[in-house]
Design a protein around this ligand. Structure first.
Ligand code: ATP
Length: 233
């Protein structure tokens, strides 16, 4: 579904992605783990079209996307729920969800909203409240639910567990795992390597702008290099 080849990107003259090869097949949950500054966010920004690519290619569902503007990628089914959530805190929960469906005007929007509320009952309870009043975990759920309102085929998630209490982290990973049942393919960027690998099918480890290790999530969790560097044992 998503094919990234020899991808390079830079901030000014400083190259930070040095040729990334990565693929995600339909129905998979694939995670990219790595330390702070490894280039994970930059990679996702290249995929969503907000960061220029200076080498290599991105193809999505058989179409080249490398230099296609972000809004067109969204139309073709590639959606991102960004790091830091970026929900509209002055708008209600429901208004935030409707913004996620801005591409559509059909009756299915109400149905999609009903499904989102089924998946996240707490958002239903708070549908008329300002999103700014939600807890961190609830805001993260809203960010994911909003991205789903765009009916993506593939969802890019940037650090959904960031800043959350452990119990909420577990809930968010459960939610991400549940996306499989909705036929949404997921590329999940995480610093929480253990949590991410526990729900993923495959994973990639990034270090200073390169993929250094890749494999099935099971292999990676068992890999001594990863256990030492990212899992703390
Ligand atoms: P984090 O988990 O902190 O988001 P990351 O793995 O996502 O880390 P990036 O944010 O992609 O890493 O950063 C990769 C490299 O690019 C780092 O060396 C970082 O300092 C640099 N970088 C990131 N954003 C910018 C920017 N706007 N301008 C210049 N350099 C940047």
């Amino acid at each position: 579904m998503l094919e990234i080849k020899a991808l390079k990107s830079a901030y000014g003259r400083i190259e930070v992605l040095h040729g990334i090869d990565l693929s995600v097949s339909s129905g998979e949950i694939v995670t990219v783990v790595g330390a702070n500054g490894a280039g994970k966010t930059t990679l996702l920004k290249c995929l969503s079209g907000v960061q220029p690519v200076i080498g290599g290619s991105i193809s999505f569902r058989g179409e080249t996307m490398t230099h296609v503007p972000g809004h067109k990628r969204l139309k073709r089914g590639l959606a991102q729920s960004p790091e830091g959530r970026q929900i509209f805190t002055n708008l209600s929960v429901e208004e935030n969800l409707r913004l996620g469906a801005f591409l559509f005007t059909d009756a299915r929007v109400d149905q999609d909203m009903a499904e989102a509320f089924q998946m996240f009952p707490v958002l239903k309870e708070k549908r008329n409240l300002n999103a700014g009043g939600l807890s961190g975990g609830q805001q993260q759920m809203l960010a994911i639910a909003r991205a789903l309102m765009g009916r993506p085929a593939c969802l890019l998630l940037d650090e959904p567990s960031m800043g959350l209490a452990p119990i909420l982290v577990a809930q968010i990973f459960d939610v991400v795992k549940g996306l499989k049942a909705l036929d949404v393919t997921v590329l999940l960027v995480e610093q929480n390597a253990f949590g991410a690998l526990s729900i993923a099918d495959r994973g990639y480890v990034m270090e200073t702008g390169r993929v250094t290790i890749s494999g099935s999530a099971k292999e990676l969790i068992a890999d001594p290099r990863i256990r030492e560097a990212y899992l703390g044992h």
